[in-house]
Ligand binder design. Sequence first.
Ligand SMILES: [Zn+2]
Length: 546
Amino acid sequence: MSTTLYRKYRPSDFSQVIGQKHVVQTLQNSIKSGRIGQAYLFAGPRGTGKTSIARIFAKTINCAANLETKFPSGEPCLKCDSCKTILDGRSLDIIEIDAASHTGVDNIRELRETVKLPPTSLKYKVYIIDEVHMLSGGAFNALLKTLEEPPEHVVFILATTEVHKIPETILSRVQRFDFTRLTVEEIIERLKQIAKLEKVSVEPEALEIIASSSEGGMRNAESLLGQVIALEDKKITAKEVEFILGTVSEKEIADFVGQLVAHNFPAVFSRIADLRESGIDFKNFGKSLLNYLRQMLVLKINPDLGKKLSYELTKERLGQIQKQITEIEIDAILDMINILQENTERFKNSQIPQLYLEASIASLTVNSGKSRRAEAAVSEVIDASPAPPIATQINNNKKETAEIKQAAENKSFKTSAEPKKELAEAVKKEISGDDLELVRSRWLDIIDSLKSYNHSLSSVLKMASPSLIEGNKLIVKTKYDFYKDKITETQNRLTIEDAIDKITGVNLKIKTLTEKEFQAEYPDFKEKKSLLQEAVDIFGGKIVKE
Ligand SMILES: [Zn+2]
């Protein structure tokens, strides 16, 4: 069924070709002006119409009706004998060679012999060599010999998906045409026509799912539509297509991300539960989600790339992304990508398919809540207060943070913190030598200082809190084993210790424990209020959302 659709609806003249306007126009112009080349190279991804256009070209230059009138329309008539024999695949003068299966030098040698013979019934003998990059070195040499002096009645059309594998000697003897992937809109248009001809009704959203799953190749799209038509009734819905292809629609992904951007986490979790119930493939979902975030990032960095994304997105979807990125910072998108990527890797062998997703969202909840709220509260306190001791200290910290941030941005992070040690010492004394207080009060700065240096480590550190100092050991508590593992990795641990030293002037060794381990080891431990909370208590400020 799937190949049938592709064969059945193969375009038979140039007007039926979808996309590749630049190729079609140039070819038609050369036909109309009677300047027909002897060797062409069609390069481009699979299923973008290379072989179809090669056949139409072969038909047009051989069309008996057109030979007399010198090709005024640049189209084959499709009615004369030549057109008909080519349409039926009966012509002996159109020779299609699949280099993927005829890789030997012998086949090309044979070709060199037969090339000399005149066409049996048509004006031109046309050799269409598909996947020409598969030819061996010897075969390429043999082909080159033929291309150097082709008989007048012969036209070569070489097609390839991997043009970089074609030797320069061949490239210099052909007219090259680059085929582009088809846009999602182009594919949808074509699928609509086919569905109509097949007398099935397909929901627009269902066509969009098929089109965006086909990676810009019409053959992929038609084969997917074929599978769907073969399995379903005469009315095909988006839900059915999602189920058959094990994927979700771009709309679904866009809505999901919309909730994420709005920090509507409860809604996100209930959506995951719904998806679980509908039996979607969470691996595919994760892939689509990452791809969507990638598209957001690309557009956020360079809004002009919207045009390029038309290979992947409809105009409507593009508009949706463009709106969403006005509500989110690059950092936040990067955070999502990092966390999602890490958790996908971490949970890839999990028995619970949606776990990576839930863990990721949980991390995002904490990230977007805790750190930003804390930052906001600090600036609130500073703005609202005169300058008693604690505020002074926070102020100093803030000033210093700005400097360190600047240093990190200048990528001189490693050496720039030396003179700040003194200042840090002073700050340290001011809060009566309480190292833990100091580390805690600067924890966000420590995280921040790592950001430009190792972004994923800084994200992980957000999930940990400094809880206790024992001798020269800083006990850091974190909820999950995988955060502990990450922080404990030697290189990471040293990096964090270094950052703490530079920012607070306190030399500490880090020991990381999960919450469970911490409880077991320090059963009597009572959490001390953080400096931030104390500051808030003193000044009556409120911890506000960002
Ligand atoms: Zn004809």
